[in-house]
Design a protein around this ligand. Structure first.
Ligand code: AMP
Length: 614
């Protein structure tokens, strides 16, 4: 037992298992939990008769076998998501506990003896983290500072929910570290990798898949590229086997256990065990005792069968690897280390396919699959610590944003604020102005992508800022985009000389969730250069006409003019402008000519204010 003041520990809060570790006096120590094991199943069991009593971890998982509907697991697949997302992505039928829709938030419904009680995914995560904290404190005394790992592909709300759960459990989280970055840190530390080189981390866990390409320089690890899927993991393979076994039972006994949560949970465990066994043997048996009354059913299951079932999923992970390598612009033979992390990367077929993709390269399996993420978290934690016993060579890990972020302004032009591949954390501002006289609001639409026409990019969010009424272009607004070290994106729009301000948190995933989207966006930006350039030219003309009209209207109200129809003409033109696209360049030019012929002489005569060059 050691006691460390100001100790910072690293926690891998995994889908299936969790693990805590600490770096001290030159070595990483994995903490044993109260059950004297280094791995704690991320499992919470609620007793039926005492709704306040819970068991977390290994014994919780054991209790869950007899009362599956009260055993809660894989909460990481739910945290920070809406009910609809979960329902779409996770087949809720495979879960042995009940999840309901609570105003589009998922809520877990647990049956007590005489009543039901409900828990949010975040509350379950808090319970797991509380156990981890308690068990570590039993070894080192009180502490509260930690680094917690999350999948690289967690979005803002998943990250925030994790932070809130940790706070509730009594932690001060110094950083949310991306899981592949943690795996890389552990690998680099354990293998003394100190030459300049590229590594790819293939991290397939129970519920998530992350790929990242990193560049090791003397004192840095720069993340070059990330990709992945927050809804792809070992659990999906288990479900394929479950489907197969259910089909066998249905054929043989006309019995489908899918409606029985208890049976399904048992079945899942058996199938998961069979899957894991097939990583070391070529055939196994799934023994179904008591599933069908009076029958002892043994289903033979071979690695070949499993590989056929899983082929699509395995190949999908390799496709994501390919996409990540392509995006990074680094030739695959320049990638020196291909590092495996996450329990599911033990599957021989996956290793075979990955090695084949890298032209027969030997993969690096030296990291301990179950512990490497926690080890990396512990190293990152030590870099934050002031405790002399936690002194460690500091390596800066620089994450990047994969696509540019910007705002649609002036009738649809993408005004870039943070360019792609910018390291985070980052804060950047840009000035915007009102277009119309006495305009009451400005609508900001935040986009991700590279196209110059904002609408061709991906809309992340939009919000409205009230502004102080002013002549055209006289109210200045500063818009700031901020991505913190935990990958959380916030924006602030603020009047330069006024009081109005609005802060918005954007639900932003660093990268793109769906398969096709990122390819589409990247492809789009390279294939559409000519189209984009044309957009800019026409757009300039449109903006000029818009400004001209709004300035005339402003002056018309302030000064006497000779022709009342001018005001209406400008107003109608402004209204029309909204709907005019690049293809309408001729119309925009004709309108400009018409308006200027009529207005230029008057504008000159009365010395109109806020006019662009006449
Ligand atoms: P992790 O989230 O990294 O803890 O990984 C957990 C996942 O790894 C679960 O889906 C496990 O079933 C899976 N797993 C663990 N060991 C093996 C193995 N030997 N072969 C295949 N999958 C495994």
């Amino acid at each position: 037992m050691f006691i460390m003041e100001d100790c910072v520990i690293g926690i891998d809060l995994g889908t299936t298992n969790s693990c805590a570790a600490c770096y001290k006096n030159g070595a990483i120590e994995i903490f044993e939990n109260a059950e004297e094991e280094t791995i704690t199943p991320s499992f919470v069991f609620f007793f039926k008769n005492q709704s306040t009593d819970i068991i977390v971890g290994k014994y919780g998982a054991e209790m869950g076998r007899s009362l599956p509907e009260n055993g809660i697991y894989e909460i990481k697949r739910f945290i920070g998501k809406t009910y609809q997302e979960i329902n779409l992505q996770n087949n809720l039928q495979y879960f042995s506990f009940k999840v309901e829709d609570d105003g589009n938030d998922p809520i877990i419904v647990i049956q007590g003896e005489n009543h039901v009680f409900k828990k949010t995914p975040q509350e379950i995560a808090t319970i797991i983290l509380q156990k981890i904290k308690k068990d570590v404190e039993a070894k080192i005394g009180n502490f509260n500072k930690a680094v917690i790992t999350v999948p690289a592909y967690f979005n803002t709300s998943q990250r925030e929910a994790t932070l809130s759960a940790a706070k509730e459990a009594g932690f001060t989280v110094l950083k949310l570290l991306s899981e592949p970055n943690a795996a890389a840190l552990s690998y680099i530390f354990k293998n003394n990798v100190d030459d300049e080189c590229y590594s790819l981390i293939y991290d397939l866990g129970g519920g998530t898949f992350d790929v990242s390409i990193l560049k090791r320089t003397l004192n840095n690890i720069d993340v070059i590229c990330v990709d992945g899927d927050t809804n792809l993991g070992g659990k999906d393979l288990d479900n394929l086997i479950v489907d197969y076994v259910c089909e066998q039972l249905e054929n043989e006994y006309e019995y489908n256990p899918k409606s029985d949560r208890r049976t399904m949970r048992r079945m899942q465990k058996l199938c998961e065990k069979a899957k894991e066994a097939l990583s070391v043997t070529t055939a196994t048996e799934i023994i179904l005792e008591g599933f069908v009354t009076g029958h002892h059913e043994v289903i033979d299951f071979t690695r070949k069968q499993f590989e056929e079932m899983g082929e699509k999923l395995f190949k999908r992970t390799i496709e994501i690897v390919r996409r990540c390598v392509d995006k990074s612009g680094i030739a695959k033979d320049k990638i020196k280390h291909v590092v495996l992390a996450g329990g599911s990367s033990r599957i021989p077929k996956i290793q075979e396919l990955l090695s084949a993709y890298f032209d027969g390269k030997t993969l690096n399996k030296s990291t301990n699959f179950d512990e490497c993420i926690a080890e990396g978290a512990a190293l990152q934690a030590a870099m934050f610590s002031c405790n002399p016993e936690q002194r460690v060579n500091k390596i800066k890990i620089t994450d990047v944003i994969p696509l540019s972020l910007g705002i649609a302004c002036n009738w649809g032009e993408m005004s870039f604020i943070i360019k792609k591949n910018t390291p985070i954390p980052i804060s950047k501002s840009k000035n915007f102005v009102n277009v119309f006289n006495d305009q009451a609001t400005i609508t900001f639409k935040l986009f991700e992508g590279e196209r110059l026409e904002a609408a061709k990019n991906r809309l992340l969010d939009e919000f409205i800022l009230d502004i102080t009424p002013a002549p055209p272009r006289q109210c200045q607004v500063i818009l700031t985009l901020n991505i913190d070290q935990n990958g959380i994106l916030t924006t602030e729009a603020k009047e330069k000389y006024g009081e109005n301000v609005k802060k918005v948190k954007i639900n932003y995933v660093r990268g793109i969730q769906s398969d096709e989207e990122i390819e589409k966006i990247l492809l789009d930006s390279t294939n559409h250069e000519a189209e984009d350039q044309r957009f800019v030219i026409v757009h300039k003309k449109k903006v000029y006409l818009g400004h001209y009209c709004s300035s005339v209207m402003y002056n018309f109200e302030k000064l006497p003019t000779t022709d009342d129809k001018i005001y209406d003409l400008c107003k109608n033109t402004l209204d029309r402008l909204e709907g005019l696209e690049v293809e309408n360049e001729d119309i925009i030019e004709d309108l400009t000519k018409l308006i200027k012929e009529k207005c230029d002489p008057i504008a000159k005569k009365y010395e109109y204010k806020y006019m662009d060059d006449l």
